[in-house]
Design a protein around this ligand. Structure first.
Ligand SMILES: Cc1cc2nc3c(=O)[nH]c(=O)nc-3n(C[C@H](O)[C@H](O)[C@H](O)COP(=O)(O)OP(=O)(O)OC[C@H]3O[C@@H](n4cnc5c(N)ncnc54)[C@H](O)[C@@H]3O)c2cc1C
Length: 317
């Protein structure tokens, strides 16, 4: 049995697509685990490919990894799960290795693909900041892996699908650790992951105000959002963390990605390499970013951006 779990519904729907493929190939059932008494999306999971939804009915307001590990292990025991796909968000990344350790099995994190090869479940993941791909074969059951967002597209909903919803209480030992304060991340409420076009700023901008040049460009593009490299967010605090793209930031896949004054270090590329079209503006003709770009403009952003904005406006009018 293939089991899907994420406290992010969108991610669970994406994983269902791959889960369906794995389940069908092995003649197995596909189940979604829900740990909540608030998630009402059970029908949605079935429409998107699940055979069953197992709801562990819990009155839990916040995620406590020790307890969620025990609950998920309980669900695996009850459902006979052999392959478990866990959404690779902050909570899932904490949960998966703990679960693997509890069940004395392996865990492959942040897969980029998973398939059956020569009868064995095999996962791929990017290593060395994107310089190599590791192909890893599971030698022990259960198979546990974490799946990043946007890796798979959800299956189109099928209203004719029927499935079973099982609701049960799972016993778990309350852990003595206490959550005493939850500090919300400073956010402007933007979602780079869903943006159609992203205009990203790097250290090539001399000060915060100059980024209005990039904003003017973004305003001309459909579904736009501003993004940035790590120093702009983490060091200079010119943008909040929800704009930060890269290995330790957000992974994005827009149709159009502008990298402006960004050198193109591998940690930035790791977050935006799947963009459909990448346009780089950099004054250094040797900048690494040009190796990943579909279009490159060698020039000073302070001269290039106003001209580009004018040219787009003229074209649009
Ligand atoms: C563990 C780890 C994780 C990391 N995670 C991330 C991550 O998630 N995201 C991320 O972005 N980085 C990450 N980094 C940092 C990364 O290695 C780089 O340091 C960072 O991406 C550099 O940001 P930058 O390109 O904006 O700045 P710089 O490297 O300083 O590049 C600035 C660029 O602007 C160009 N430039 C300067 N002036 C102009 C001008 N007037 N016109 C046009 N071009 C100009 C320069 O030629 C240069 O190429 C990580 C690093 C580590 C070690």
């Amino acid at each position: 049995m293939v089991l899907i779990y994420s406290n992010d519904r969108k991610l669970a729907l994406e994983m269902l697509a791959k889960g369906r493929e794995l389940a069908d190939e092995q003649g197995k059932q596909l189940t979604v685990a829900v740990i909540s008494n608030k998630d009402t999306a059970t029908d949605e999971y079935i429409r998107h490919g699940a055979d069953k939804v197992f709801v562990a009915h819990m009155d839990m307001d916040s995620f406590k990894v020790e307890e969620y590990t025990d609950i998920l292990a309980g669900i695996m025991e009850k459902t006979g799960a052999e392959t478990v796909l866990i959404g690779s968000n902050r909570d899932g990344k904490e949960l998966a290795p703990r679960l693997a350790s509890l069940l004395d099995t392996g865990c492959v994190t942040d897969i980029t693909d998973v398939y059956i090869k020569d009868g064995d479940l095999t996962a791929e993941r990017v290593i060395y900041s994107g310089n190599a791909v590791a192909v890893e074969r599971f030698i022990k059951k259960p198979h546990i892996m974490t799946v990043p967002g946007k890796l798979f597209d959800p299956l189109p909903p099928d209203d004719s699908r029927v499935g079973e919803v099982i609701t049960e209480n799972i016993d778990f030992e309350p852990y003595p650790s206490k959550i005493i304060n939850i500090q919300r991340m400073v956010s402007e409420g933007i979602n780079v992951e869903d943006a159609v076009s992203i205009v990203s700023c790097g250290r090539g901008f001399k000060n915060r105000e100059d980024m209005t040049l990039a904003e003017e460009l973004a305003d001309l593009l459909p579904g736009n959002t501003m993004g940035c490299s790590r120093p702009i967010s983490a060091d200079l605090k010119w943008m909040t963390e929800d704009h930060w793209i890269g290995l330790s930031g957000h992974k994005v896949k827009p149709k159009l990605y502008f990298a402006i004054g960004i050198s193109g270090q591998i940690q930035h590329i790791a977050g935006m390499r799947d963009s459909d079209i990448i346009v780089a503006i950099n004054k250094d003709p040797e900048a690494l970013i040009f190796k990943s770009a579909d279009y490159g403009i060698v020039g000073d952003l302070y001269q290039v951006l106003p001209k580009l904005v004018d040219a787009i406006k003229t074209k649009m009018s």
